[in-house]
Design a protein around this ligand. Structure first.
Ligand SMILES: *[C@@H]1O[C@H](CO)[C@@H](O)[C@H](O)[C@H]1NC(C)=O
Ligand SMILES: *[C@@H]1O[C@H](CO)[C@@H](O)[C@H](O)[C@H]1NC(C)=O
Ligand SMILES: *[C@@H]1O[C@H](CO)[C@@H](O)[C@H](O)[C@H]1NC(C)=O
Ligand SMILES: *[C@@H]1O[C@H](CO)[C@@H](O)[C@H](O)[C@H]1NC(C)=O
Ligand SMILES: *[C@@H]1O[C@H](CO)[C@@H](O)[C@H](O)[C@H]1NC(C)=O
Ligand SMILES: *[C@@H]1O[C@H](CO)[C@@H](O)[C@H](O)[C@H]1NC(C)=O
Ligand SMILES: *[C@@H]1O[C@H](CO)[C@@H](O)[C@H](O)[C@H]1NC(C)=O
Ligand SMILES: *[C@@H]1O[C@H](CO)[C@@H](O)[C@H](O)[C@H]1NC(C)=O
Ligand SMILES: *[C@@H]1O[C@H](CO)[C@@H](O)[C@H](O)[C@H]1NC(C)=O
Ligand SMILES: *[C@@H]1O[C@H](CO)[C@@H](O)[C@H](O)[C@H]1NC(C)=O
Ligand SMILES: *[C@@H]1O[C@H](CO)[C@@H](O)[C@H](O)[C@H]1NC(C)=O
Ligand SMILES: *[C@@H]1O[C@H](CO)[C@@H](O)[C@H](O)[C@H]1NC(C)=O
Length: 838
């Protein structure tokens, strides 16, 4: 019985399955399922392959996930994640594997190309590991959407892409060295006559824009593509054009139509940052009724500020040559739309009008580096949603008023003539990240409420008249602080700040105050410290050799304090592993030169020969440094970082060091400046100095050094400054090479020296010397303001990483582009600030 039942049951199930499978056939053709599975298996899943994915429509960052993970034979492929089939034919017509964590080579023979009915294909945000784009993509003749952006494809985009004549959307933006070339670009534009969206961000096109392109274009993103020539005026007459981004093509000349454009009503975003425009903004802009983002920074625009003809939300016109006054702000119009206003780095004059109203939505105001004067008007302090205020490098005077908002993110008022105390409202901002009030006349004490600024990353109050003690909690409570510059004020008392464990400080400068007491031992908790400048204070301590345990310390200045005693070495042989600049001059150090310490300095034992491919100063912010170089490829930043990385300086002058100069100094082959002057050193000049092949400046003056000048020193071809004066040197001055360039002042005060340029001739007539006793102090030796250099980076770069992605993205929300502008601002501000200082 049981057996019959079982047979019945099996029969029943069999029949049931039969019925089921005939009434619901597999939608997905077997061969297409196999192709997809084969494609899936070409790649491994790696979350790293899809970080920072971005939804182009909602503008939001999206979480990546491996869509192919659950694809398997037991299910209908039309139900697989990312796969979409035609309802009638069952053919796979859409494949969306964007941001799916795929990693691996994309071979030309991939089974994907068998899905010949595809209409939409999105493979963006994966890591195809610098694969070439296969010409076989040209076989998807039904494609209307193709997105290969940000997937690490490289090489030439094949001309076969231009077979895809039905394409509406083509996105290929990347930063992995894709190129297109003039011929393929022309083919592409000519043949893709249906194109609405074209994104070739960062693809090397290296061509002019041909005249023949789709008249349906709505979005054209050709940022950073090495375009040349003159932009065809036709672009402005595309009647559906909504967004045009041609930024960062400095060789592309843009001339705006002088009459109404056909795209006037549709155009919403116009990004022409760093293209060649020159001249004035034409009246035809008055017709751009939909425009809400305009970025024409760095375009050499001039004249007075044009009539405010647009309803823009974000207006970036910095880095041009606009002159005249800001009076347009007080015109009787509604500014309610305006979120960002940027006229920094222009030549604006006069005060900011005080009778401005209706700017209640303004979030960012950039007016740095103009010639503006007068007081900062009250309406600015009353803006309810202000988050970025950059007014640096103008002539503003008067007090900083209390801010009414609690939304501040960055306040940069450096380099003005502002007076009065630090407003309390600045110290009660829940989101403040950057505060730079340096180079003003701000006075009073820093209230300990400053410790409420928990989000603060950079605090620069240098060069003011601040006094009192440095609040103890300043660093204790804040885990975000990276840059702290309180130099050139009148702070007094001991440094009793407790640098807590786990802090992220990279730069500390307290130079030029009246600080007393010891070097605070808790500095040892600053594991990321790159620069420590406690110079020009009244610190009374022995040498803090424990600082040598800080792994990233590159620059140490303890110059001009009351530090004393011999410099002892600890047993550790890896002290100061990264140190490049050591300035201990003008203290009371005594005993022998610290031979074992000098023997430690590993970073100085290498020559940085990278004049062409510079080494960057690394450390916590290394990634940001690299990032910088990518956005200002040929800019100044590049140079400063390089200088920083290659300069090596030891200054032990004006102490009471005695004994001989250890020959181990010859191991520090990267050294460019050596100053041991004004000590009581004796013995001979070690011949090992000849190993310092990049040495540019040596000062051994005012010691008791005896013996001859080693002739080997003539081989130091970079030597520009040599000062051996006021010692007990004897014998002949070597001849040749650099030695022919030094004059008397290098040698005077050494009675036993003879030869050129001294008038006592070597081996001949013994005439009296006539030393012109110039007795110049070394104060004018180029002691570079390193802290400024580093400060610039530290400050600007904290948000760097999060912005990298933005630079790559093609379509971005307003806050995103605002943030980029902010970052670029900070970088240019810093760059220019340093340029001025040098
Ligand atoms: C992802 O990247 C992180 C950091 O770079 C690395 O530590 C990790 O091993 C990577 N994961 C894989 C699976 O490659
Ligand atoms: C096959 O796919 C189904 C549906 O996606 C899923 O539930 C199942 O776990 C998958 N099986 C395997 C072995 O991955
Ligand atoms: C595809 O090409 C790659 C290398 O060109 C090769 O390793 C692979 O076996 C090929 N696959 C097929 C299915 O032919
Ligand atoms: C992409 O994958 C390659 C290996 O296939 C790897 O070397 C590279 O680091 C990956 N890139 C990223 C951004 O993960
Ligand atoms: C242009 O498109 C047509 C199909 O519309 C195609 O036949 C032709 O080969 C394409 N030309 C090029 C150069 O790609
Ligand atoms: C872009 O391509 C042109 C011509 O092929 C080449 O001269 C130029 O160096 C390329 N630019 C970059 C940044 O690779
Ligand atoms: C643009 O292309 C079309 C067809 O591809 C051709 O007929 C026309 O002559 C071209 N125009 C120009 C200015 O090259
Ligand atoms: C502007 O659009 C009109 C109507 O669509 C058209 O006739 C005209 O030729 C266009 N002008 C330009 C310069 O493209
Ligand atoms: C910029 O445009 C002007 C004319 O508007 C032209 O003379 C100049 O050569 C262009 N510069 C570059 C780099 O193309
Ligand atoms: C900027 O414009 C002025 C004229 O307004 C011109 O003389 C100058 O060459 C332009 N500079 C650049 C870099 O194009
Ligand atoms: C501001 O500068 C203008 C010149 O641009 C000058 O005439 C005026 O007196 C200055 N005002 C103040 C308050 O310094
Ligand atoms: C340093 O401090 C000690 C006492 O701690 C004192 O005796 C000495 O005079 C001070 N040195 C200087 C230069 O002030």
């Amino acid at each position: 019985m049981g057996c019959v039942k079982l047979i019945f049951f099996m029969l029943y199930t069999f029949l049931f399955q039969l019925v089921l499978s005939s009434s619901l056939p597999h939608l997905c053709p077997e061969d297409q399922a196999l192709s997809l599975l084969e494609f899936k298996h070409m790649f491994i899943i790696n979350p790293n392959a899809s970080h920072h994915c971005y939804n182009m429509i909602t503008y939001q960052e999206i979480q990546s996930y491996p869509r192919t993970l659950l694809w398997n034979k037991s299910t209908d492929c039309c139900s697989w994640d990312g796969v979409h089939c035609d309802e009638m034919t069952g053919q796979v017509i859409e494949l969306d594997l964007s941001c799916s964590q795929l990693q691996g080579k994309f071979h030309s023979n991939t089974s994907l190309f068998q899905l010949s009915n595809l209409k939409r294909l999105d493979l963006s945000y994966n890591n195809f590991s610098e694969s070439l784009i296969s010409p076989n993509f040209g076989e998807f003749s039904s494609l209307t959407h193709l997105d290969l952006s940000y997937s690490s494809f490289t090489g030439l985009i094949p001309s076969e892409i231009s077979h895809l004549s039905k394409l509406h959307v083509l996105h290929m933006g990347d930063q992995y060295g894709l190129s297109l070339g003039p011929y393929n670009f022309e083919l592409l534009l000519k043949n893709l006559t249906q194109l609405r969206e074209l994104n070739l961000y960062s693809v090397n096109i290296s061509s002019t824009i041909p005249l023949n392109f789709s008249s349906y274009l709505t979005n054209l993103y050709l940022r950073y593509t090495e375009l040349r020539g003159v932009l065809p005026e036709r672009v402005f007459h595309l009647s559906d054009l909504e967004s045009l981004d041609l930024s960062r093509n400095p060789q592309l000349t843009v001339r705006f139509p002088t009459t109404k454009w056909n795209s006037s009503a549709s155009l919403m975003k116009l990004f022409l940052y760093r293209v060649n425009i020159t001249g004035r903004i034409p009246e035809s802009f008055s017709h751009l009724t939909s425009l809400h983002e305009l970025n024409m920074r760095y375009c050499n625009l001039s004249g007075p500020i044009p009539k405010p003809l647009w309803n823009s939300r974000d207006l970036y016109l910095g880095d041009n040559s606009f002159d005249g006054r800001l009076e347009f702000l007080s015109f009787n119009i509604s500014w309610r739309q305006l979120y960002s206003l940027d006229f920094s780095f222009n030549s604006l004059t006069g005060p900011i009008p005080s009778d401005v109203s209706g700017l209640q939505n303004l979030q960012s105001l950039y007016l740095s580096s103009n010639h503006l004067n007068g007081t900062i008007p009250s309406w600015i302090f009353s803006l309810p949603s202000l988050n970025t205020l950059q007014l640096s490098d103008n002539h503003f005077s008067g007090k900083i008023q209390e801010f009414k908002c609690k939304t501040l993110f960055e306040v940069d008022l450096r380099q003005n003539q502002l007076q009065g105390p630090l407003p309390n409202s600045l110290l009660n901002q829940p989101n403040l990240k950057f505060l730079d009030l340096s180079h003003n006349n701000i006075s009073g004490q820093i209230a300990s409420t400053i410790c409420n600024l928990k989000t603060l990353t950079a605090l620069d109050l240098a060069s003011n008249n601040l006094e009192g003690t440095i609040p103890q909690c300043l660093v204790e409570m804040n885990e975000n602080l990276s840059d702290l510059d309180l130099s050139n004020n009148s702070f007094s008392g001991t440094i009793n700040t407790n640098f807590s464990i786990g802090n992220y400080l990279t730069v500390i400068s307290l130079n030029g105050n009246k600080l007393t007491g010891k070097v605070p031992p808790s500095l040892i908790n600053c594991k990321y410290l790159t620069l420590l400048d406690l110079g020009n204070n009244q610190l009374n301590d022995t040498f803090p050799n424990w600082l040598g345990d800080l792994p990233d310390l590159k620059i140490l200045s303890l110059r001009s304090n009351k530090l004393h005693g011999p410099i002892k070495s600890s047993g550790n042989t890896n002290l100061f592993p990264q140190l490049q600049i050591m300035d201990l001059s003008s203290n009371g150090f005594s005993g022998n030169l610290p031979e074992s310490l000098l023997g430690n300095l590993q970073a100085m034992k290498k020559i940085d020969e990278s004049t062409r491919t510079p080494q960057y100063v690394s450390g916590k912010f290394a990634a940001e440094y690299d990032y910088l170089t990518t956005i200002t490829t040929k800019g100044q930043v590049y140079n400063y970082v390089r200088i920083l990385a290659s300069n090596m300086i030891i200054d032990l002058s004006k102490n009471r060091f005695e004994g001989h100069i250890p020959s181990i100094i010859g191991d520090l082959v990267g050294l460019r400046t050596l100053n041991l002057s004004h000590n009581v050193l004796e013995g001979h000049i070690p011949a090992s100095l000849q190993n310092l092949s990049v040495l540019e400046s040596v000062d051994l003056s005012s010691n008791k050094i005896s013996g001859g000048i080693p002739p080997q020193l003539a081989s130091l071809t970079f030597l520009e400054v040599l000062n051996l004066s006021h010692n007990h040197l004897v014998g002949c001055i070597p001849k040749g090479k650099q030695f022919d360039t030094f004059d008397n002042s290098s040698y005077q005060g050494n009675d036993g020296l003879r030869g050129l340029p001294l008038s006592k001739h070597c081996g001949g007539d013994d005439q009296a010397t006539t030393p012109a006793d110039l007795d110049q102090e070394e104060e004018d030796s180029p002691m570079i303001n390193w802290q400024a250099v580093l400060m610039g980076y530290g400050c600007g770069l904290v948000i760097g990483l999060s912005v990298i992605y933005i630079m790559l993205s093609t379509q971005y929300p307003a806050w995103f582009s605002r943030m980029v502008v902010k970052l670029e601002h900070r970088i240019t501000t810093r760059m220019k600030k340093h340029k001025k200082r040098y």
